[in-house]
Write a new protein. Structure first.
Length: 836
């Protein structure tokens, strides 16, 4: 009787409790259900896609955005990746209806008794509900909302769609959202290329992206990885052999900041600033693509030339020793993991030292041998910029076990000794027809220094600036044969702080000199006397018309020697007028911005070096970049790849998108010819300056460039006192480029480091590659230019049967015939100071 009564009481309690629980759940459902977000929002999800910056030929340069995401479709997820995710998070995902009761109850009990959930409970569908709509605070109402949303999601979407949302949405540390992004961030390659051990490592991140991060906590991450591999083996997803090999693999995760196909970080940062200035912060999330004017091949040549030139200078001045010494062997791998690759220079730690070789541990965990013939045999230690030690006699004399050094790996597997340089360089190359920047390098490596020396560094150009002084002279009646005395002089100029005694390089003086010879031999005294005769104020007005900001230039004679500060981009833009027959173009780097739907939301409209700008006057290969010959199959394939992620995402989520619209926006012919650029020097003056600058290479300070074997290149060297800055600026009809070399702190470069020895080799290597597919173009002699035979010493005209040289003149400035000596031009009359 008592047992029956107890049973009834127990049954009543259970039924009442269950009824109460159902009543509470019903009330919560009625209360919370109307407040839940619509599942349609999942179908219409608009991913936050970062700003992508590409080259003109659509190579990815960089991505900018708080969330790094590369959306992918379900059929693009590798099978092993799916297996690893399910093994780690929800192995019955394809069997349950969104909620696993046993795991859920375990989580509820833990939340009620301990105030937190220690394990289990959430299926992948529940995580999707939480990640899209709810906070991560562990509250009962949130959990109830999560369950309700989970049932709705399971009803509205297929398992494949749910897993795709999870794979693309989940946060995996280091600003990576989604597994495809994490693959690039941690391993620098697509998800499809990950090895089994790497797949398991990435699959372990959702549980705790910080705790199990292979960069921040490699030991705990490896434990988590191996647990997942064990689960995959136990579930029959991988073989025993694959499991054993994977758990023994040493992880080599390294932070990869962007998916880059081209080294142009300085250019990318310039473009990022311009896009944000135009469109605001939304540009970071709206999936914009900024197409630059950078040409990938030209850019690669510029990067290679700058790095080669810097390292050549560095080698000339000696080895400064190991970056770090006496590193504890237990921290070797961790030290290498944290040490960045700079340029092509990889870190390595010496594990064993011999007289004729070094045994090294590389960043990827492999060993290498640095042999005596691979840089040790020619090694001298740095003393000063003007002094080095004798050749070392053994590797053991300067290296020790535990030293961190730099090496460069070559295609044949050989490694050579290197070091991170202290010297810096910059190069900028642009199209003289429209000012489009085709290559830009702001330093040895962006990871070493983000300071963009091509556009931010203000340095004295020295003789690199002289062509603009000579141009002003030719505009004002002087000729290429005008005689100026190259002789010592002392100036007591009130605008100068002290008595000024300018000299030529080497301290020699050569007497009366023609302007052409003075330019290609870079005679300082001639430039100063020339400026004095023209007048500083008139010259500054002319320089301003060329596009230079003269407000910061000294209003004294020192401007003739480039004593003022200019940026490499300013110099290169100025030289464009010599290449394009006298037009002032404006440099620009942003060509187009396209939104995720393929709409062109910005299009550059550069002024063109043509007047009138009729189609027949525009070079076929230099039309505005809206055409870009994008109708060929190769580029269409590139475009397909570039926009594939956006298209796939939009198809599955309802984003309004049309690939045809994107392709059309990129292949349209230009709708209108741009505005003509301003002509700042007449065609005749431009021709004369071009011929004079060609002589710099043929017989002057730039004659090393004759190795290029091209008759259509011209340019000018530049070196400042010290020397502290080395320059070379030059051009062909298709490309103008400026190279600069110097220290950021304005230190002295050292003995024999001039424009012709430090900067010119960079320019030569770059132009040799950039023009390799370009045919030689000879400029036509314009109307109003005549050739006359003159005396090389006096610059005066001679009779046909007399000895002399031929020179170009404007028709109005032709020297008088020998029988009419009184008709010489004003520009040929010497001033008193020209006689001494």
């Amino acid at each position: 009787m008592n047992l029956g009564k107890a049973f009834k009481i127990t049954a009543v309690c259970i039924i009442s409790g269950l009824g109460g629980f159902l009543l509470v759940c019903s009330c919560l459902f009625l209360y919370l259900s109307p407040k839940l977000p619509s599942i349609d929002e999942l179908k219409d999800t608009r991913w936050q896609i970062p700003l992508r910056v590409t080259s003109q030929d659509l190579k990815i340069i960089s991505e900018f955005g708080e969330k790094k995401r590369s959306p992918i479709d379900f059929d693009e997820i590798p099978t092993l990746m799916i297996d690893a995710i399910l093994a780690a998070e929800d192995d019955s995902f394809f069997e349950h209806n969104g909620v696993v009761v046993s795991g859920l109850m375990r989580g509820v009990v833990q939340l009620a008794t301990e105030g937190r959930i220690r394990s289990g409970g959430s299926t992948i569908t529940m995580q999707v509900a939480r990640n899209f709509f709810l906070s991560k605070r562990q509250e009962f109402t949130r959990k109830f909302n999560e369950i309700l949303l989970t049932f709705r999601i399971e009803k509205a979407l297929t398992k494949q769609e749910i897993l795709s949302l999870y794979v693309n949405k989940i946060f995996l540390g280091n600003r990576a959202y989604g597994f495809a992004a994490a693959s690039h961030v941690y391993y620098g390659k697509p998800l499809s290329e990950l090895r089994l051990a790497q797949i398991a490592m990435v699959a372990g991140l959702p549980k705790a992206p910080s705790t199990y991060n292979p960069l921040a906590n490699p030991e705990r991450a490896t434990i988590r990885r191996n647990w997942i591999l064990g689960r995959m083996y136990n579930l029959g997803r991988i073989s025993e052999g694959a499991y054993r090999a994977a758990v023994l693999e040493v992880d080599n995760a390294t932070l990869h900041r962007s998916q880059s196909e081209l080294d142009a970080a300085y250019a990318a940062e310039m473009v990022r600033q311009q896009v944000i200035a135009k469109f605001g912060l939304k540009a970071y999330t709206e999936g914009y693509t900024a197409i630059t004017t950078i040409d990938s091949s030209t850019q690669a040549s510029a990067v290679s030339a700058v790095q080669s030139g810097i390292r050549a200078y560095d080698k000339r001045h000696g080895y400064r020793g190991a970056e770090l010494k006496n590193i504890d062997p237990t921290t070797w791998q961790e030290t290498l993991r944290k040490t960045l690759i700079i340029g092509l220079l990889q870190p390595a730690i010496i594990t064993s030292v011999h007289d004729d070789r070094l045994i090294l541990l590389k960043k990827n965990g492999e060993s290498a041998i640095l042999n005596w013939a691979d840089g040790l045999d020619s090694l001298r230690l740095f003393k000063t910029v003007n002094a080095r030690s004798p050749l070392i006699d053994s590797a053991a004399s300067i290296f020790e076990t535990g030293d961190l050094i730099r090496i460069e790996e070559h295609e044949n597997g050989r490694v050579t000794l290197a070091q991170i340089p202290l010297i810096q360089s910059a190069m900028v190359a642009l199209d003289p027809f429209n000012g489009a920047i085709r290559a830009l390098v702001g330093g040895f490596d962006y990871r070493q220094s983000t300071f963009n020396r091509a556009t931010q560094a203000t340095r004295q150009p020295g003789s690199n600036f002289k062509p603009f002084i000579y141009t002003t002279a030719l505009k004002n009646g002087f000729t290429t044969a005008s005689i100026i005395n190259d002789a010592p002089v002392v100036f007591e100029d009130a605008k100068l702080e002290d008595t000024w005694r300018p000299e030529n390089d080497g301290g020699k003086f050569y007497g009366p000199t023609r302007l052409r010879e003075a330019l290609y031999r870079s005679r300082n005294l001639v430039s100063i006397r020339l400026l004095r005769r023209m007048g500083v104020d008139r010259t500054l007005e002319s320089l301003q018309s060329f596009g230079f900001n003269t407000s910061n230039m000294p209003s004294d004679l020192s401007v003739a020697l480039g004593s003022h500060a200019l940026k490499p981009i300013d110099i290169a833009t100025g030289y464009a007028m010599f290449a394009n027959d006298g037009f002032r173009v404006n440099s620009h780097i942003l060509d187009r911005v396209i939104d995720r739907n393929g709409n062109v939301i910005f299009q550059a409209q550069p002024e063109l070096a043509c007047d009138p700008c009729k189609p027949e006057n525009i070079r076929d290969n230099q039309l505005p970049q809206t055409s870009n010959n994008l109708s060929n199959d190769t580029v269409e394939q590139q475009l397909e790849q570039l926009f594939s992620n956006i298209e796939q995402n939009s198809r599955s989520e309802g984003d309004m998108y049309s690939w045809e619209k994107v392709k059309q926006s990129l292949t349209l012919e230009p709708t209108a010819i741009s505005t003509p650029a301003e002509r700042v020097i007449d065609q005749q003056t431009a021709f004369l300056m071009d011929s004079m600058l060609k002589d710099v290479i043929l017989r002057g300070t730039g004659r090393k460039a004759k190795v290029l074997n091209r008759s259509d290149i011209a340019g000018k060297t530049g070196t400042t006192n010290g020397p502290r800055d080395a320059w070379f600026s030059g051009y062909s009809p298709d490309l103008v480029a400026t190279a600069w070399v110097g220290f950021d702190d304005n230190s002295v470069l050292g003995r024999n480091e001039y424009g012709g020895s430090a900067a010119l080799p960079i320019w030569i290597q770059f132009m040799g590659e950039a023009l390799s597919e370009k045919s030689i173009t000879i400029k036509r002699q314009p109307k109003g230019i005549v050739m006359v035979k003159i005396d090389a010493k006096t610059g005066k005209r001679v009779l046909p049967n007399q000895q002399g040289i031929y020179e170009f003149f404007k028709s109005e400035n032709v020297p008088a015939a020998p029988d009419d000596e009184n008709s010489s031009t004003e520009s040929e009359q010497p001033l008193p100071d020209d006689l001494f």
